[in-house]
Ligand binder design. Structure first.
Ligand SMILES: Nc1nc2c(ncn2[C@@H]2O[C@H](COP(=O)(O)OP(=O)(O)OP(=O)(O)O)[C@@H](O)[C@H]2O)c(=O)[nH]1
Ligand SMILES: [Mg+2]
Length: 201
């Protein structure tokens, strides 16, 4: 027969596309994370940090940083041939909060990046997603020089619900970031009462 298994399996797969937000405090590594995994050249909206912003932009721990995101980062990653994520990185500075509602529309879930040296900087993002019922995962970006704390300590400090996944990651490392994104998708699907289908072969 012409329509055997092999010809069916060659049919192009129309991927499901999901929107994931990447949030967290100023300079925690959101732009770095999107850039590390994106298979398209990431769209960035970086502007140079100015002298005028010096009193409000706390650079402790990221002294080498000389630009900041003013609108969003955008990237794409194919997790599986039938599952593509669009990543939207949020601006980290408080003065860009007005953009968040726009960016959050239609998001399946979110990553809250955290730096244990400045954990309080991600409180606002955690509150935002809790209040809006958007499933999120906390990913601790392991900067050199930051103390490594067990994930349970971070969970307690952020007062997270037990089902919220907390992971350690390196925002510069593709496979580490991929693991975080898989955790977000699985968590969001589980929250929606769905479980990811096994990959088609
Ligand atoms: N050592 C180390 N440096 C990192 C890591 N992730 C990011 N950086 C550096 O930290 C700085 C801040 O990274 P960004 O990716 O711009 O942070 P951001 O969260 O997008 O910053 P805003 O958009 O300004 O809020 C940059 O200089 C990065 O090179 C990391 O995992 N380890
Ligand atoms: Mg940024």
């Amino acid at each position: 027969m012409a329509f055997g298994r092999s010809s069916r399996s060659k049919r192009p797969v129309e991927p499901v596309t999901l929107k994931i937000l990447v949030a967290g405090g100023f300079g925690v590594g959101k732009t770095t994370l999107v850039g590390a995994v994106s298979e398209i050249r990431p769209l960035r909206t970086e502007e140079r940090l100015s002298e005028a912003g010096r009193p409000v932009d706390d650079l402790a721990g990221v002294e080498g940083k000389d630009t900041t995101t003013v609108a969003m980062d955008f990237g794409r990653i194919t997790l599986r041939e039938d599952l593509v994520l669009y990543l939207f990185g949020t601006p980290g500075q408080d003065r860009f909060w007005f953009l968040w509602d726009e960016l959050a529309q239609g998001a399946l879930g979110a990553v809250v990046l955290a730096d244990t040296r400045r954990l309080e900087d991600c409180f606002a993002a955690v509150d935002y997603f809790e209040r809006r019922g958007i499933p999120f995962t906390v990913a601790v970006n392991l900067f050199e020089g930051a103390g490594q704390f067990p994930t349970e300590t971070v969970r307690a400090a952020l007062d997270l619900d037990p089902e919220v996944p907390v992971l350690l990651c390196d925002a510069r490392d593709r496979s580490s970031v991929r693991d975080v994104l898989v955790a977000v998708v699985e968590h969001a699907l589980a929250r929606a009462g769905l479980s990811p289908e096994p990959a088609r072969t």
